[in-house]
Design a protein around this ligand. Structure first.
Ligand SMILES: [Zn+2]
Length: 286
């Protein structure tokens, strides 16, 4: 447990909001080829320590989904995450979406990532988030693999329409899945307006939307007793990262409102209380 810091006010929604962090380099999602890793300069020691300091100053625990190659290249940073009391998970070995991959390849890469993250962190890490939220109707086999491997939960399903990802037919709140029903899925939070699920809870959406909208969306979930989960990336706190050539989607994902992210995230963490996904799921009792 992280002790409460003086000056941090009590917050509502105790125990129902999870914060998750996808630990990846600043170029993840732009170039996901393993062969490109190492050809771009690492900036992991910039955004991640800032994020850890922010979590400590706001007395917040989170779940960290770490790429296997990042754990091998920066074991000291991964150990620092675990020593701060956060929950550890894996984000696969390299930042390769599941589309077009086979079960064997996925199982081997998750095993390698798990070994790397557990070795670096010194703790268990059987919790998973797929690169690019790539668990959808085409890749549900991945949940069976994670269940077979004894994973506790997955948080890869984003029940929205998006040009890159999305599984709008999926349930919006935690549910049991996998062949044997032993794996829990914690979908990324959305609000529903009419027949449409609206994203708001992380990444580009968190950077682009006003804080008042984000807190209103979270409070609308909590008012009905539903849990929520938000996500951030260390590179979102690294406003000086190099710009890469890219199209509109790249600029939206990587270039929007960097300057404001630290302040907005801090304001969010000071007005609503977040904890690990594992603690939220235990409280919800899926
Ligand atoms: Zn990612």
């Amino acid at each position: 447990m992280i002790s409460r810091q003086p000056g941090v006010p009590p917050r509502d929604s105790e125990g129902l909001l999870a914060l998750s962090v996808d630990v990846e380099e600043w170029y993840a999602g732009i170039t996901d080829l393993p062969s490109d890793v190492g050809t771009w300069p690492s900036r992991m020691d910039l955004g991640l320590p800032r994020l850890l300091d922010l979590l400590e100053s706001t007395d917040t625990s989170a779940t960290f989904f770490v790429l296997g190659h990042v754990a091998r290249e920066h074991p000291e940073l991964i150990r620092r995450i675990a020593e701060a009391g956060h929950e550890m998970g894996v984000h696969d070995d390299y930042h390769l979406p599941l589309w077009g991959r086979c079960e064997h390849d996925f199982r081997e890469s998750v095993k390698k990532a798990l070994d790397s993250v557990e070795q670096a962190s010194g703790t268990d890490a059987k919790r998973f988030r797929a690169p690019c939220f790539s668990v959808d109707g085409r890749t549900l086999w991945a949940l069976d693999v994670l269940e077979d491997m004894g994973f506790e939960f997955d948080s890869s399903v984003f029940p929205v329409h998006n040009p890159r990802y999305g599984f709008p037919q999926a349930p919006r709140f935690p549910y049991r899945t996998g062949r044997g029903g032993r794996l829990v899925e914690f979908p990324i939070s959305t609000v529903r307006i009419g027949p449409v699920n609206i994203p708001f809870s992380g990444g580009f959406y968190l950077r682009a939307l006003p804080l008042t909208v984000i807190t209103a969306c979270l409070k609308s979930l909590l008012s009905r007793g539903f849990p929520g989960i938000c996500y951030v990336h260390p590179w979102e706190l690294d406003r000086d990262q190099p710009s890469l050539p890219g199209g509109v989607l790249y600029r939206m994902r990587h270039g929007f409102e960097f300057g404001d992210t630290s302040r907005k995230l801090e304001a969010l963490l000071r007005c609503m209380r977040f904890t690990t996904a594992g603690r939220v799921l235990a409280k919800v009792g899926v």
